[in-house]
Ligand binder design. Structure first.
Ligand SMILES: Nc1nc2c(c(=O)[nH]1)N[C@H]1C(S)=C(S)[C@@H](COP(=O)(O)OP(=O)(O)OC[C@H]3O[C@@H](n4cnc5c(=O)[nH]c(N)nc54)[C@H](O)[C@@H]3O)O[C@H]1N2
Ligand SMILES: Nc1nc2c(c(=O)[nH]1)N[C@H]1C(S)=C(S)[C@@H](COP(=O)(O)OP(=O)(O)OC[C@H]3O[C@@H](n4cnc5c(=O)[nH]c(N)nc54)[C@H](O)[C@@H]3O)O[C@H]1N2
Ligand code: SF4
Ligand SMILES: [Mo]
Length: 821
């Protein structure tokens, strides 16, 4: 029996886990990891199930043919090399991910920025954290998260803005609920247009008008000023720009702010006064703030409020950005964004460039920022970027205006995709597919939302020929001629180099410094306990809070308050699209579902893609009359199919759809086909939370479902969605019409066009319902139910039949009669 401490593969909370491998594999939360202290959420608890070999990419493929790793690497290096030779280094790019480990990220960034000589490496964190990074740098002079998780427990008031923490950072939310249950927890405010799972548990929910957060925080600053609570003594000593910042909010009195935000004035006044008078307040924010065309300004509007009152870097007080992916923070540290260098050094700073170039022995250092994600894919579509290496992300599903992304990928001369799964939408376009080792098989470090660096430890051999991503990038680096710079014995060697770089010429001038870890031996790296950065001479055991000493990272040591002019999303008004589409997540699914979509335990809560809307909006459009709930949402960019959920939790005038479902799990369900690609001019982060949209009933002739032992594919459906069960798969279906030769069609549809088993058929077009079932040796192999009306037999009952060894006579009869329970 071996026991390994590691961290969860999913979100930025960064929970510690203990994996015990023996005859069975056991996974339990680590009672001592500082992030979760023994807690776990459903996604984490089901992680072992994701290790199945099903669907994994096991071999390098070159145009679909199995080749050796060395052949694949040679091909990539040679093609990258020849494109660079003909068109210059800016004709190639990497698009990477906050789910790579720090060591993977470091090597990819080093190769692109130090040796290829372009800064065209960007990451899915552009869609996620870029506005926070830009906001932090403007306010603090560095991308510093001031506080830590304990602050959320020690606060008297926690304000969650644009964060559905109950679903997206469940363990952190649990920590808040736990102190509340002990009777001394914070007063909880949730600012979110919709009554999310988190808002449902709040003391106060401010359902503000979508996109109006900037106005709200400007109003708050104004209110605090009026109440005489601005801490001018602190500002005089530690902050620049406060006069201008305060002047900028003079117009936002309470009445005006309430109007702009669509909130009740008295309720807003209560919130603002409470915020003003409560000493220990944490404002935690996430995608409702970041994913906006004015996201950076919103981040600074929040930080302004904390700076103005000196409530930063203190126990229980400060602004707190929640990171999304497990190593989103690590990616920011290594410089994974196209406008950063490495170890929080700045690409535009010649001194930093020189330091890094000398340290790397870089032959071809990038001199200026590269293309940010949206521009990068546009450049691919226009043929300016000709070779692209995508690693650990599925942009065809997760980038806005996805149909344009599809065009870009189709056009790309050389698309390399590093994936652990064989079939993702993006992988389908790859010229070269590189099999990646994944969670449980690879080792390295990740950094969570509170700057805690933890070891992710592999406990299994990679499946097939899979390799860790760092090894793939390093191999290509060597094949491109940079042997010395890309020869690493193991992740520990990469980490040491990175840690040393972070301390280079630092002396406290840069926040990110882990030079205290630069001399770890392999064995010490293996044993490394979670530690919060910085780790250096001054803070050998890490530092819980920055700015408690009033020192910031602008050259003058002061923070900046910024004059904010809030604005609403700049949406092209389009008469037909009169509802605002907001997008986000559900608790049990992870992004593009490649890990979570196939697990029965995680599909029970939300089986099908859905779009939520208010009953009044539904009634006005006749959507409440659509019994099946099947609808199509459309915008000027494209559309997607979904089931409508009519609920008062969704405010009037807007809709909410999780962006998880895609062509792998459903038909035409990709939300990002409809989402606009407008970006924040400062951060380049897209406006994923607001697109004008319309909604229409889907004209359906026949509704139905199939239960079978394996996955099926369908020709010409109006709609299908795949729902995994334990030992079976169900597909929900809709067709325009029934073919004339139903029985033959059913055999083919069920993939059982063989001579085995016994067939039962019942009903036809005229009867308005049709059923078919196949039994082998008394056991149900597959069954199909279709009806004109959306009135179908109980799926649960049929699913229990599916698991039975031998059907009784009564059950066989019931199969075709179909119990409508
Ligand atoms: N279950 C699950 N957990 C996850 C993930 C996942 O895929 N699934 N992904 C991880 C990642 S990468 C990330 S980035 C995080 C994201 O975590 P969150 O940011 O919490 O999640 P989202 O659902 O994207 O958006 C949060 C909320 O923003 C609200 N919102 C929309 N528009 C506005 C607005 O104008 N103002 C305000 N105030 N709110 C608005 C939405 O209604 C939504 O409830 O989750 C992480 N955790
Ligand atoms: N409309 C809308 N769109 C959004 C968002 C939104 O709120 N609304 N949120 C955005 C945000 S915040 C994010 S972070 C993105 C996330 O979007 P993506 O990054 O595209 O989503 P994932 O499904 O997590 O993709 C990760 C891929 O990496 C693969 N993988 C897993 N482990 C490894 C590994 O170790 N190595 C390699 N090479 N591959 C691996 C997985 O199989 C999977 O296909 O989506 C963004 N898109
Ligand atoms: S909260 Fe996040 S890190 Fe913790 S177990 Fe759940 S998904 Fe994993
Ligand atoms: Mo994210």
């Amino acid at each position: 029996m071996s026991e390994k401490h590691t961290v969860c593969a999913y979100c930025g909370v960064g929970c510690g886990l203990i994996v015990e491998e023996g005859i069975t594999t056991d996974l339990r939360p680590d009672p001592e990891h500082p992030a979760n202290l023994g807690r776990l959420c459903a996604k984490g608890a089901n992680l072992m199930e994701t290790l199945s070999p099903r669907g994994r990419l096991l071999q390098p493929l070159l145009h679909g043919t199995h080749v050796s790793w060395s052949r694949a690497v040679e091909h990539v290096a040679e093609r990258f090399g020849s494109i660079i030779e003909r068109h210059g280094p800016d004709a190639v790019a990497f698009y990477v991910s906050g789910q790579m480990l720090t060591e993977d990220y470091y090597v990819a960034n080093k190769l692109m920025k130090g040796f290829i000589g372009s800064a065209n490496i960007d990451t899915n964190s552009r869609l996620c954290m870029a506005s926070t990074v830009a906001g932090h740098i403007r306010a603090f002079g560095a991308d510093t998260v001031p506080g830590c998780y304990q602050d959320l427990e020690e606060a008297e008031m926690v304000v969650l803005v644009g964060s559905n923490m109950a679903s997206c950072h469940p363990v952190l939310f649990q920590r808040i609920l736990d102190v509340r249950a002990r009777g001394r927890g914070p007063y909880l405010v949730v600012i979110d247009p919709r009554r999310s799972e988190t808002a449902q548990q709040a003391d106060l929910h401010l359902a503000l008008r979508p996109g109006s957060d900037g106005f709200l925080f400007c109003g708050l600053l104004n209110h605090m000023w009026k109440l005489g609570r601005v801490d001018f003594a602190f500002l005089e000593r530690h902050v620049h720009g406060f006069v201008e910042a305060l002047e900028a909010v003079t117009d936002f009195d309470l009445r005006h702010t309430a109007e702009l935000c669509g909130l009740d004035q008295a309720v807003l006044a209560d919130f603002m006064t409470r915020f003003t008078l409560t000493e220990r307040v944490v404002t935690a924010f996430s995608q409702g703030i970041n994913q906006s065309s004015s996201g950076t300004d919103k981040v600074n509007a929040i930080i302004n409020c904390h700076l103005a009152t000196g409530r930063i870097g203190k126990p229980g007080a400060g602004p707190f950005s929640l990171t999304g992916q497990g190593n989103a923070m690590g990616g920011r540290e290594v410089g994974g964004l196209a406008n950063q260098l490495a170890a929080h050094m700045k690409l535009e700073n010649p001194e930093h460039r020189r330091l890094v170039a000398d340290f790397w022995g870089a032959s071809n250092m990038a001199e200026r920022a590269g293309l940010k994600a949206i521009d990068l894919f546009e450049a691919v579509a226009e043929g300016r970027v000709k070779a692209l290496w995508v690693a650990c992300t599925n942009p065809l599903v997760s980038l806005p205006n996805a149909d344009r992304v599809r065009q870009a990928l189709a056009k790309c001369e050389l698309l390399v995709v590093s994936e652990c799964m064989a079939h993702t939408e993006t992988a389908a376009f790859a010229d070269v597919l590189l099999p990646a080792a994944t969670w449980g098989e690879k080792s390295g470090t990740v950094t969570n939302s509170e700057r805690v660096i933890s070891r992710q430890r592999g406990f299994r051999r990679p499946l097939g020929e899979a390799r860790p991503d760092w090894a793939a990038f390093a191999a290509v680096g060597r094949a491109m001629g940079f042997q010395e710079a890309f020869t690493y014995a193991n992740p520990a060697a990469i980490f040491r180099e990175y840690a040393a770089l972070s301390g280079l010429g630092n002396d406290g001038t840069r926040d990110f410094d882990i030079s205290g870890l630069a001399d770890l031996t392999d064995a010490q790296y293996e044993e490394l306990q979670p530690v919060q950065w910085p780790v250096n001479r001054e803070y050998p055991q890490g530092r819980a809070r920055f700015f408690d000493d009033g020192r910031f990272f602008h050259p003058d040591g002061r923070a900046r308050m910024l004059p904010i002019q809030p604005r609403f999303p700049n949406l092209t008004v389009d008469g037909n699209h009169d509802l605002l589409l907001l997008t986000g997540r559900v608790a049990d699914q992870w992004h593009t579902m490649s890990r979570t979509g196939g697990l029965a335990a995680l599909r029970r809560r939300d089986e099908e893609p859905f779009v939520a809307m208010h009953p009044v909006d539904a009634a006005e459009r006749g959507i409440d009359q659509v019994v099946s709930g099947l609808v199509r949402v459309e915008t000027r960019y494209g559309g997607f199919l979904s089931r409508v959920r009519v609920t008062e939790d969704q405010p009037m005038g807007s809709m909410f759809a999780p962006f998880h479902w895609n062509d792998t799990f459903a038909w035409d369900a990709k939300v990002n086909s409809a989402v606009n690609p407008t970006v924040d001019p400062l951060s380049g982060q897209p406006e994923l939370k607001a697109t004008p949209a319309s909604i229409h009933p889907l004209e359906v002739g026949w509704h139905g479902f199939v239960i079978s032992s394996g996955e099926l594919t369908f020709e010409d459906p109006l709609y299908w969605v795949r729902i995994p069960g334990d030992g079976y798969v169900r597909h929900e279906l809709a067709f325009a019409q029934l073919p004339s030769r139903c029985d033959a069609w059913a055999r083919e549809l069920l993939g059982l066009d063989d001579d085995y088993g016994e067939w039962l058929f019942f009903g036809d077009e005229a009867a308005g319902s049709y059923r078919a079932a196949n039994l082998l040796n008394g056991r149900l192999r597959a069954c199909l139910f279709l009806a004109r009306e959306y009135r179908l037999p109980s799926r649960r009952w049929l699913e229990t039949l599916f698991l039975k060894e031998n059907l009784e006579h009564r059950e066989r009869r019931g199969l075709l009669a179909g119990a409508l329970v």
